[in-house]
Design a protein around this ligand. Structure first.
Ligand SMILES: NC(=O)C1=CN([C@@H]2O[C@H](COP(=O)(O)OP(=O)(O)OC[C@H]3O[C@@H](n4cnc5c(N)ncnc54)[C@H](OP(=O)(O)O)[C@@H]3O)[C@@H](O)[C@H]2O)C=CC1
Ligand SMILES: O=CCS(=O)(=O)O
Length: 254
């Protein structure tokens, strides 16, 4: 891939931040977005000496703001060739009946509606490019049920199936689509999920040797670098210390 323009949603932390740094190292122009303006500014200051960077404070749930962001891109950032649909979150990990409806709605609004907002707005731009990539952050939770995953896993299942369905419509165009499905990776993901409880978040990764955001960024770059005739449809990746477990069976005690 010669020097491209890459748009990353959720570049203020975790995978998005690691991706911004890696794509900058490889000389690609960046559009970095997220809600936390200060972090975006710090990242822009860090990367601007290396590559052109356009940063936009953006909540992906806001359809109009997404549309305005794309419409007001400076000319030199208009030809987006890589979209990393990364912004997302989980809220809560308890049983469904203890979850708040507001948390469920926030996950759907962000992981589903937000990703759809960005994708819909950028499809015409991406289709104009001879070679482009949409890399969607799904999850192992797209594919495997586990207790406490309820709406989070369901929202990520949407991302995986949306990616496959987009592939069908875009086949033969220059736009490739990938559903990237990571397992446990240490970012701010669990801190957000447990609403700022650092101890609870740390306990998730204790003794596990989880994936690192840089591992995911390496994979995302590798996907984008594939020659135009190759589409990585889906890619599930876990730390070696994570795997599937047995079906749960609840027995009656008489
Ligand atoms: N870590 C993991 O184990 C896994 C994570 N994932 C997925 O990967 C993606 C990135 O997560 P990860 O890096 O781990 O988590 P982080 O919490 O570290 O980063 C999440 C990013 O998403 C952004 N974000 C959240 N809500 C919004 C919003 N409404 N509008 C714009 N940006 C938003 C945050 O920016 P800001 O708050 O500034 O808006 C932040 O930059 C998510 O979609 C997550 O579901 C998938 C599999 C495994
Ligand atoms: O998407 C995140 C991975 S997990 O917490 O669902 O395993």
């Amino acid at each position: 891939m010669s020097s491209s323009t890459v748009l990353i949603t959720g570049a203020t932390s975790g995978f998005g931040l690691a991706c911004a740094r890696l794509f900058a190292e490889h000389g690609h122009s960046l559009i970095i977005t997220g809600r936390r303006s200060e972090r975006l500014q710090t990242l822009a200051d860090e990367l601007t000496p290396k590559v052109p960077v356009h940063s936009v404070t953006l909540d992906v749930r806001d359809t109009q703001a997404v549309s305005d962001m794309v419409d007001s891109l400076p000319d030199s950032f208009r030809n987006i060739e890589v979209l990393v649909n990364n912004a997302g979150l989980a809220l809560g990990a308890g049983p469904a009946w203890e979850a708040s409806l507001e948390d469920w709605q926030t996950m759907i609004d962000t992981n589903v509606t937000g990703l759809v907002n960005v994708t819909h707005k950028l499809l015409p731009v991406l289709r104009e490019q001879p070679k482009a990539s949409i890399i969607n952050l799904a999850s192992v939770a797209s594919n495997w049920a586990y207790p406490g995953s309820h709406v989070y896993g369901a929202s990520k299942a949407f991302v995986a199936q949306f990616s496959r369905n987009l592939r069908c419509d875009l086949a033969g165009s220059g736009v490739r689509v990938t559903s990237l499905e990571p397992g446990m990776c240490e970012t701010e993901f669990s801190l957000v999920r447990f609403k700022g409880d650092q101890e609870k978040s740390d306990s998730i990764y204790k003794g596990v040797n989880p994936l690192r955001p840089e591992d995911i960024a390496d994979i995302i770059l590798w996907i984008a670098l594939q020659p135009a005739h190759i589409n990585i449809n889906s890619l599930e990746v876990m730390p070696t210390s994570q795997a599937w477990d047995n079906f749960k069976v609840v027995r009656k005690t008489d």
